[in-house]
Design a binder for this molecule. Structure first.
Ligand code: CDP
Length: 324
């Protein structure tokens, strides 16, 4: 009966997705889990056959030619010419290591993170991925951890609208730098999805250099890599626009021996029936910008069920438990 009562249709769901019984799904994900190393290795090899994440995920001087026309992956008819000045700002070689990290955490922004005190568990990974400049300080730290080695920044909603970097105003630059000080390593920007993303991504890189924030480097996503990952998932039954979370998870599966997901739960109730906001940092009255509404952009429940399949096969672990 309890399971029946918990059958809900998630708010982010689209009509093509079957209703998800979140109660039963949650109970399953809380059972003990063991990695299947053969299955993980198999998927790593399969993904690396489509594209080498280590060499290709980030634009570098090794995978881009001076003067090359870079093709946008959404506005496919458009290109950007990597002139000398742009080319010289790319890292010489890939910042990703040749040997995989032992353990990685990929942190989604779901409100399911709240109250579970998994910060230390997240941070015990050798490498931590985060999406969309999430807050890690203050009361959040206990649930989110602090470590951030690869953080994504959406060029339109974050760099342009939230931090208004195109304005070039000192106060805006300061605000941005104050915010991104909480991350280290890579600040990854999808600069070649649409034309409007490129200028603001370049601006973000300049601001960090100008402010000498050497612990963080802006890097640009390689549209060829994104397209290869998109094709991989389309072949495996996900033909909609991929979310940042599944893209980062795919990267993790190719450069980490063990992959642990936290904050992935795209439903508006928890497995035990409490109401959930969408992001862990949303205020109760947060309104989604309709252009960025995940229901419009992605089909997160469908993606999530793919990740659940990988959890079942022992390829990655989805964490839902309370940690301490
Ligand atoms: O930009 P995007 O909508 O892809 O991401 P986000 O809202 O900043 O959240 C980062 C990622 O966390 C998403 O891409 C999802 O994969 C995951 N997420 C989730 O699984 N459940 C939620 N309630 C919110 C986010």
């Amino acid at each position: 009966l309890l399971a029946e009562m918990l059958v809900v249709v998630a708010t982010t769901q689209q009509p093509t997705t079957a209703p998800v019984d979140v109660g039963t799904l949650g109970q399953e994900l809380l059972l003990p889990w063991q990695q299947n190393r053969t299955a993980s290795q198999h998927l790593m090899d399969e993904l690396n056959n489509c594209t080498s994440t280590q060499a290709e995920a980030i634009l570098t001087r090794a995978n881009t030619r001076n003067g090359q026309n870079i093709r946008y992956y959404i506005q496919h008819e458009k290109t950007y010419q990597a002139n000398r000045m742009f080319y010289n700002t790319l890292p010489r070689t890939s910042p990703l290591p040749q040997t995989p990290y032992r353990r990685c955490s990929v942190v989604g922004n779901g409100a399911v993170l709240l109250g579970r005190r998994c910060g230390a568990e997240i941070d015990k990974a050798d490498f931590v991925f985060r999406s969309n400049l999430p807050p890690l300080t203050g009361n959040f730290t206990r649930d989110t951890g602090r470590k951030a080695n690869w953080t994504t920044a959406n060029p339109i909603s974050q760099l342009n609208w939230r931090f208004n970097l195109l304005s070039n105003k000192p106060a805006q630059k300061e605000k941005f730098v104050r915010h991104v000080r909480q991350y280290s390593g890579l600040l990854w920007v999808s600069a070649f999805g649409v034309k409007a993303a490129t200028t603001v991504a370049i601006r973000a890189q300049r601001v960090l250099r100008e402010k000498k924030l050497s612990s963080l480097a802006v890097v640009y996503g390689n549209p060829r890599h994104f397209a290869a990952v998109r094709d991989f998932w389309a072949y495996n039954g996900l033909s909609m626009r991929l979310s940042t979370g599944i893209y980062l998870t795919t990267i993790a599966m190719t450069i980490c021996d063990e992959v642990h997901l936290f904050g992935f739960w795209p439903f508006d109730v928890s497995h035990s029936g409490e109401k959930l906001l969408y992001h862990y940092y949303d205020k109760p009255d947060t309104k989604m910008n309709p252009n960025l509404d995940p229901a419009f952009l992605h089909n997160l429940p469908k993606e999530f069920l793919k990740l659940v399949e990988l959890h079942r096969r022992g390829v990655l672990k989805i964490h839902l438990e309370t940690c301490i």
